[in-house]
Design a protein. Structure first.
Length: 96
């Protein structure tokens, strides 16, 4: 029984191995969807707050896309940090 199954699977894979696949059709040029060459600018603002204080991040960036696979970006983050304090106490730090 086992030998009969082995013969069946060996013969089936040999038949499929000899079957040619269909020829490719259509253009071989990769579509440029979602790609824009040239300059790009961006800005992102994030923040968080808890019982210990607040922190916020403002990130700005500028970049240039040369091709679909290569681009250069340069960014500068700005951080804003503040602590919560009681009015009777002196503040440890301030927004800055």
């Amino acid at each position: 029984m086992l030998s009969l199954l082995l013969v069946f699977f060996a013969r089936a894979s040999a038949i499929h191995a000899q079957t040619p696949g269909p020829a490719a059709t259509g253009s071989t040029v990769k579509p440029q969807e979602g790609f824009t060459p040239g300059w790009g600018f961006g800005m992102k603002f994030e923040g968080s707050s808890s019982g210990d204080g607040t922190i916020a991040d403002l990130a700005t960036a500028v970049g240039y896309n040369f091709s679909h696979h290569f681009g250069v970006d340069l960014g500068v983050p700005y951080y804003f940090v503040g602590t919560l304090f009681d009015q009777a106490e002196k503040p440890i730090c301030c927004f800055g």
